[in-house]
Each structure stands twice: as C-alpha cells, then as structure tokens.
Design a protein. Sequence first.
Length: 279
Amino acid sequence: MSIPFGHQQLHNRYCFEGKLELVTALRISSGRASDETDAPFIRAFDGAPYIPGSSLRGAIRSEVERVLASMGKEVGLISCTLFEKDACAEKARKFLQKIETEKVKKDAGSNKQKNELTAEFAKLELCDVCKLLGSTVYASRLVIEDALPVDVAIARNHIRIRDGVGIDRDTGSAKDGAKFDYEVIDPINSSITFLFKMTAENVTDDSDRKLINLILGLLKHGLHVGGKRTGGLGKIKLKETDNAFYKVSGFENSTSLWKAIVNGEKIHNSIEWQEVIKC
C-alpha cells in the first residue's frame, strides 16, 4: 500500500525505545548562571538532569545531513544544506513570499487555498530529510522525546564542575579575565544511561525507512550532543541490552489500528523492524 504524503491521515506509527549510554562527559547548559557555577546543567522541574529532545534532534539531523552530503545520491536520498541557495528553508521563504504577494488569501476561502498550496509545495519541493524531520512549512513526522536518566540518583551524583578559560584567537593563549566554569555529567567509574524514545508516523517503504535506519545506525556507533563537542564531550550511543539496541512497538497499518480501538485492545504492540538500508 502506498502511503500518501501528509499529516491529514494516520496510516502507521513506529515507536523506538532504548537506552543511550554516556561515553564521555556531557555538558548541556541551562542558559542561566547559579550561585555554584556559571553554567549549570539543564534540569527538569524535579531537579533531574536530562538531554532535551531538541538537542538530540539537532545533533542527529546535523550528522544525517553530513552523511547524505557525500553519500545521498548513491543511496537514493536527497538532503538540502542549510544556508545554501537551494536549501528547503530558502525555497519555502520564496514560496511564502510569492503567495503573499499574489494575495492568495484575499477571500473567505483563502486559508484553505493557502494550506493546499503549501502542502503541494512540501510534497514536490522538500528534500527527503525535511519531509521526515520537518521544515519551516511542514511539521516533522519524527518525534524525539527528552531523554531522562534511567537512574536519577546516579546521574545527580556524577555531576561535576569543570574549569574553562577563554582563548585569545590572536595569541592562542588564555585570555585575561576569561575564566569560567560549567557543570558536566561525568560517567567515570559508573555507567550513566538515558531513556531514548523516538516515534515516526506515516512511514513510507523507501526514503523514510532509509533515513530512520541511518539514524539508528549513527546512534549505535555514537555521536556527540551538547556543548564542547570539539573537546570530546557529549558522546552518546545506544546501549545493547539482551542482544538488542532498541525495541519497536506501534501499528503498521490503519486497519490494525481500527481493530484495536473497536475491540478495546492495545494500540501499540511489538513490531519487527527491518534494519536494512537498500541502495
């Protein structure tokens, strides 16, 4: 069955769950100084340190785009490059500017007309990455949740304060008065793990599956997230547990979803996911 493009229908849903293991110290600043440090680690309302879904998403998307910049054509995937003339964001900006200039929304039915034009633009013009992970005119079909620590107490006990210093780019030496400190979660002498949850909807049998498998492959090998990545901080990877890196649940077609709802059964059940990237 061919899955139509868009959010207006719900055909399938795949929920991936696993554990992200912290390989090197992790720094994700809250953006506000405290009495103890210039850059406290970001925390939830209950004080638990966590990895924001936006941070994971940004790191994943950046790495996916870098891989596809060199291998995309060989595996049949298209990815735009941020700030380039042919980037999806730039094309979307010009498209929206055009329909505003032409006064598409001048009558009562304008919103529907504008939405239909935007949906058609997204289907025809967006690259494969923007179609799955979203763009300025099209919401993402891939959701990555905040990664909370599996054991909050262990994560809290491994928060350390490190010293840093600003570097004078002209001399290459430490800059006077530029000393600062920041909090990290340091996995030394203990395994620190975070819950990983990723959900994809209306997954197609070609480009979407290739992209999701690429994401899973990158996470299994490890990638960097958070601050000071060039210094080696923030490397995370999916942890293998019981001979598996993750579990998948959900429903593979709208028929099984309807039957589950009508019969009062669970909507999400275990699914076998084929992790093969076909060229």
